[in-house]
Design a binder for this molecule. Structure first.
Ligand code: GLN
Length: 244
């Protein structure tokens, strides 16, 4: 058993250590004796998502998202839309998450017509939404509580054919208004959670890995690990942010 991971634009969309999510996924698989490999796909590289089990896209500044547009529009957008409809598992963070939507109008008024794979759009706002977050994932997304960190000016609004990843408990989430965080469509999970997101949230990481492995191998149940260190870090943030 192995997991083939595609890391899209790792050199451009790499804010706040989002690459650590890849390291976390690989390590949690390695501890179970499951191989994994990561292919970095850069601007100008071909993209064939049928070769992969999981797509990862990190976050980036407005400028970096604008830089990617021509490369996306040369065919990567079609490839990503088709793969998502075929059930590819994906974790996309902040700018990478926004990019899967219909469009993003930056605070400076630049409109980026993005991939249109997810029924959502984003509009830059005067308030930068920065800080630690806590959110509870929907049951369909594993039901775990996630602690994270957000930094975005974009306010994301979900359309009728997509569901939120989670309900925000501490922080802004998608827009600071409707109490949603992230998005979930088929096997795609979008989140504003930088940090990286996964190391302090082992339950969500394993949920994501099982989703990707199940797509390729059928029923998969990862063996439990000693997550004492991870849960201590997770619980510390919950206590600190909620004064429990
Ligand atoms: N540039 C986008 C915004 O400001 C995404 C930021 C990010 O990826 N952290 O909303």
């Amino acid at each position: 058993m192995e997991l083939r991971i595609c890391h899209l634009y790792p050199d451009v969309l790499n804010l706040y250590g989002d690459g650590g999510d890849i390291i976390c996924m690989q390590q949690r698989l390695r501890w179970r004796g499951i191989d994994s490999n990561v292919t970095r796909v850069l601007i100008g590289d071909p993209l064939r998502l049928s070769d992969f089990d999981l797509l990862f896209i990190g976050g980036g500044q407005d400028f970096e998202q604008e830089v990617l547009l021509p490369d996306l529009q040369r065919g990567k957008d079609r490839e990503i839309r088709a793969a998502i409809e075929d059930g590819l598992t994906a974790l996309t963070i902040c700018g990478g998450y926004q990019m899967l939507g219909q469009y993003y109008v930056t605070y400076d008024g630049v409109r980026c017509d993005f991939i249109g794979a997810l029924d959502l759009y984003t509009v830059g706002s005067k308030t930068r939404m920065i800080g630690n977050t806590i959110f509870r994932c929907s049951d369909e997304c594993g039901g775990s509580t996630v602690v994270g960190f957000e930094n975005h000016s974009g306010k994301t609004w979900l359309g009728p054919s997509i569901k939120p990843l989670a309900h925000i408990e501490v922080g802004f989430g998608n827009n600071g208004e409707d109490h949603t965080e992230g998005a979930h469509y088929k096997n795609v999970f979008g989140s504003y959670s930088h940090g990286p997101m996964l190391p302090k949230n082992p339950e969500f990481c394993d949920f994501l890995l099982e989703t990707a492995l199940r797509q390729r191998y059928g029923t998969v149940s990862l063996s439990p690990l000693d997550d004492t260190a991870e849960r201590t870090a997770h619980d510390h943030m919950v206590q600190r942010l909620t004064k429990r």
